[in-house]
Design a protein around this ligand. Structure first.
Ligand SMILES: Nc1ncnc2c1ncn2[C@@H]1O[C@H](COP(=O)(O)OP(=O)(O)OP(=O)(O)O)[C@@H](O)[C@H]1O
Length: 279
C-alpha cells in the first residue's frame, strides 16, 4: 500500500480525463475506476480513444484536463511512483529480435531497477511463468507471434508490478496463441492478485476473461459492468429470450456510430499493425 492509498483505493481512477490531438478529441471526459485485483477490459472500435487513455494512465502522455490516479498517486505529480507500480505491454513491438529472450527480459529488469543480486533469478522466474524457459536462450527473432507476445509479458512482469496494462495483447494471433497468452495472464493474476487493465477488440475474450468491462466509444465510457450484467441488461431492454453477445451490447450502445470513420470492431488497421509487429 502507498502512503496515499487505503484498501479501498482503486488501482486506477480517471476523472474527467480529456486528451486532444489538434482538433481531434481522442479522450473526452473519461471517468473510470478499476478496483485492486480486477481484470478490467477497456473495449471499443479503432479510434475510440483506448490507447490514448492507456498512455495517460501509464504517464507516457500528460493529463491536460481531468485527473488520473494509480493506487492513489497522481500521474501528473508523481510520475516515477506510478511507473514503479505498473507493467505495460504496448501494441508496438517492445522486444528486440537481435537479443535472446533472456537478454530482452534482463534489459527490462535493469531499466526497472530490479536489484542486481535478484536479477538473474527474477528474469528466470518471469520466463518460466510465461512458459519460455526452454526457449530463453534463442534469439527472439526466431519466436512465433504468440511467443513474442509472451516474451513481452515476461518483460512487463519482471519488475513484479501491482498493475499490469496490456494494449491489445492478442490481436493478430491465431486462436491457440490467443488462448496461450490469456492462460499466462490468468495464471499470473491467480498467483499474485495483480490488477490487470486490458484493451481488446475481441469481445469473446473480454466476455470470458474480464471481471468487468467498459465499452468506450468516441472518447468516453458508454456502458460499464460485468459482461453478464451488460448482456442481461440488453436482453431485458429488448425483451429477448436468448442472451445477446457483448458485441450486440456494444452495437446497442454505440448505434450507427460504429460504421463511421471510427471504424468497426475488426477494423483491419490494428491487425495490420500487429502483423508488422510480429513479422
Ligand atoms: N499521435 C496522434 N496524432 C494525431 N491523432 C492521433 C494520434 N494518436 C491517436 N490519434 C487519434 O485519436 C483518436 C483516438 O485514437 P486511439 O489510438 O487512442 O484509439 P484506440 O481506441 O486505441 O484505437 P485502436 O484500437 O485503433 O488502437 C483517433 O481519432 C486517432 O486517429
Amino acid at each position: 500500500m502507498t502512503p496515499d492509498s487505503t484498501p479501498d483505493t482503486p488501482a486506477v481512477a480517471c476523472t474527467g480525463l480529456c486528451y486532444s490531438f489538434g482538433d481531434t478529441r481522442a479522450v473526452d471526459g473519461l471517468d473510470l475506476s478499476v478496483g485492486e485485483g480486477e481484470v478490467f477490459g477497456l473495449l471499443g472500435p479503432n479510434g475510440a480513444g483506448k490507447t490514448t487513455a492507456i498512455r495517460c494512465i501509464t504517464t507516457l502522455l500528460p493529463v491536460p484536463a481531468g485527473m488520473v490516479r494509480v493506487f492513489g498517486h497522481d500521474t501528473g505529480k508523481d510520475r516515477m511512483a506510478v511507473r514503479r507500480l505498473l507493467g505495460y505491454v504496448p501494441q508496438q513491438l517492445s522486444a528486440d529480435s537481435g537479443l535472446t529472450g533472456r537478454e530482452n527480459v534482463e534489459l527490462f529488469a535493469r531499466v526497472f531497477d530490479v536489484p542486481r543480486r535478484e536479477r538473474a533469478a527474477r528474469v528466470a522466474e518471469a520466463l518460466e511463468v510465461v512458459d519460455l524457459a526452454d526457449a530463453a536462450d534463442r534469439l527472439a527473432g526466431t519466436y512465433s507471434g504468440g511467443m513474442v507476445r509472451r516474451l513481452e509479458l515476461a518483460q512487463a512482469l519482471v519488475s513484479a508490478p501491482r498493475l499490469l496494462i496490456l494494449d491489445e495483447p492478442t490481436i493478430g494471433l491465431d486462436p491457440i496463441a490467443r488462448t496461450g497468452v490469456w492462460d499466462q495472464i490468468n495464471a499470473v493474476r491467480a498467483a499474485t492478485g495483480m490488477t490487470v487493465l486490458v484493451t481488446t477488440h475481441y469481445m469473446d475474450e473480454a466476455d470470458q476473461h474480464c471481471d468487468r468491462v467498459g465499452l468506450m466509444h468516441r472518447g468516453r465510457i458508454r456502458a460499464l459492468g460485468t459482461p453478464t450484467e451488460l448482456r442481461r441488461g440488453l436482453a431485458e431492454r429488448q425483451g429477448a429470450d436468448a442472451l445477446p453477445t457483448l458485441e450486440d451490447v456494444f452495437r446497442d450502445v454505440a448505434g450507427s456510430g460504429l460504421d463511421d470513420q471510427s471504424g468497426g470492431f475488426r477494423d483491419v488497421r490494428s491487425t495490420r499493425r500487429t502483423a508488422n509487429r510480429v513479422g
